[in-house]
Design a protein around this ligand. Structure first.
Ligand code: MLT
Ligand code: ZN
Length: 463
């Protein structure tokens, strides 16, 4: 077994050694202090850590990894613990490596349009830092106050603006890595174009902490848009929303977001999260679109929507607080659903042409295995990425997971579009990645982490 039970003498020796490396106050062994690091945001995934270790810098991260590698102790890297698939919380006796103290953020480089940030810097801090210098960051997520640079790279986070700027992979220009054996790779200071050998930054982006630990990253910045318009558009159904998004993408270069949600989710946001309905009419589907530009994009947005016959109703906002009010209807979905219970969260994607089919089929597919389950769907429509939240089944009952993931594959899609595989979807990985593909990934894992200490149980089964 990889991890040591907390009470064994060798485990006590490891804890003492960790204390010598990072200082006593940064090795949390008390159950109450560990608790917040041992359960994920959903409450579905929970385990026990040998200790939570909080290194101060990259050197201490490497020292902790070297020690754990020699002792054969599993290490679970953790940022803001906003993950949703159990990839950032311990399973049984691993060391949780919290990167939250790696908070240095460098000056904005206005010539290269980039900034270097520590793994523990939050997305919100990157956004504020960039904005203060007249720039913006290309990725935005509702969990911006807690999600960290390291965690977002580890999961290749997507979020709300992928249709305009791409996911995290499109923003990462360089990385500093701590390797499983305590080794060090630094690809921070480099030109944007650098084709000398394998692109290791791309390799670790989306690797969910299984190949190396990101300690610092150099991030691309994008121009800061100063004028915005948001609309929530009521439409008869998903098919109407998908085809409207296609037309808006063609007509509106300023389009930065297109989010889909439905009446049951709106009801929950109104009930649990102080949401306010955008208009009286009840629509079959709601599409939130945002345009951002240097001058007001409102006229362009209005013109693009003016000849759309299928619109049931529409609410438009340009002022900051009204825009936030409309965004809240979508962004508060996870929080409102969590108030109803512990959801199974499945972040599938299908080709956009199959989105309407998926939405029509997912309810019956879930009902066929758990008739009493409740299904809430919302997501990033231009990316074909829907979040299927299922309430009802217990945390370990994965029959609905199986039904939803198989449906996504059947429609030509994938089992994970932005949250990752974590521990939640390990059993289904080989359904989307064939035997040679899975074997190649396992070989890369073995090459970089021969003792299998990095996030054991994530992406691949333990053992
Ligand atoms: C979102 O799009 O709201 C996030 O991916 C989180 C979630 O799905 O719960
Ligand atoms: Zn999402």
């Amino acid at each position: 077994m990889l991890s040591q039970p907390a009470e064994s003498p060798s485990a006590r020796g490891v804890i003492d050694a960790l204390r010598r490396l990072v200082g006593e106050s940064h090795v949390l062994v008390d159950p109450a202090e560990r608790a917040g690091h041992e359960i994920d945001w959903t409450g579905r995934f929970q385990g026990r850590a040998l200790a939570v270790v909080r290194p101060a810098d990259a050197g201490e991260v490497r020292a902790v990894l070297r020690l754990c590698n020699e002792a054969g102790i599993g290490v679970v890297p953790q940022g803001g613990n906003t993950g949703l698939v159990g990839g950032g919380v311990p399973r049984d006796g691993e060391v949780v490596l919290s990167l939250l103290r790696l908070r240095d953020i460098g000056p904005i480089d206005p010539v290269a349009a980039e900034v270097t940030a520590g793994a523990g810097v939050t997305l919100g801090d990157v956004q504020r830092h960039a904005a203060a210098a007249g720039w913006a960051f290309g990725v935005d997520l509702a969990s911006r106050s807690a999600a960290t640079v390291g965690g977002m790279i580890a999961t290749n986070a997507g979020g709300l603006n992928v249709l305009r700027h791409g996911p995290m992979a499109a923003q990462v220009l360089g990385v500093e890595l701590a390797l499983a054996d305590g080794g060090h790779i630094e690809r921070i200071a480099a030109p944007h174009k650098d084709t000398a050998g394998y692109d290791l930054a791309a390799l670790v982006t989306g690797s969910e902490g299984t190949l190396a630990v990101v300690t610092r990253a150099r991030l691309r910045l994008v121009p800061r848009m100063t004028a915005r318009a948001v609309a929530v558009i009521g439409l008869p159904d998903t098919a109407a929303a998908v085809s409207l998004v296609g037309r808006l993408q063609a007509r509106l270069p300023s389009l930065v977001a297109a989010e889909l949600f439905f009446e049951p989710g709106v009801e929950l946001v109104v009930r649990h999260a102080a949401g306010r309905r955008p208009f009286e009419a009840i629509a079959g589907a709601y599409l939130l679109v945002e345009c951002a530009d240097l001058a007001s994009p409102l006229d362009d947005l209005a013109a693009a929507l003016s000849d759309e016959p299928s619109i049931v109703d529409i609410a438009v906002a340009t002022g900051a607080s009204d825009r936030l009010g409309l965004w809240h209807l979508r962004e508060a979905h996870p929080e409102a659903i969590a108030r109803e219970g512990v959801p199974h969260k499945l972040d599938i994607a299908v080709p956009t042409g199959r989105l309407a089919d998926f939405v029509a089929m997912v309810g019956p597919a879930v009902a066929a295995v758990v008739p009493a389950a409740r299904v809430h769907v919302y997501g990033h429509v231009a990316d074909g990425n829907l979040h299927v939240n299922v309430l009802g089944p217990g945390p370990l009952d994965d029959a609905v997971d199986d039904a939803v993931l198989r449906l996504a594959i059947e429609l030509g899609g994938t089992i994970s579009a932005e949250h990752g595989i974590g521990v939640a979807k390990v059993a289904w990985l080989s359904l989307v990645r064939g035997a040679d593909d899975t074997a190649a990934m396992a070989a890369i894992k073995r090459a970089l982490d021969p003792r299998g200490i990095l996030n054991p149980g994530v992406l691949f089964p333990v053992g």
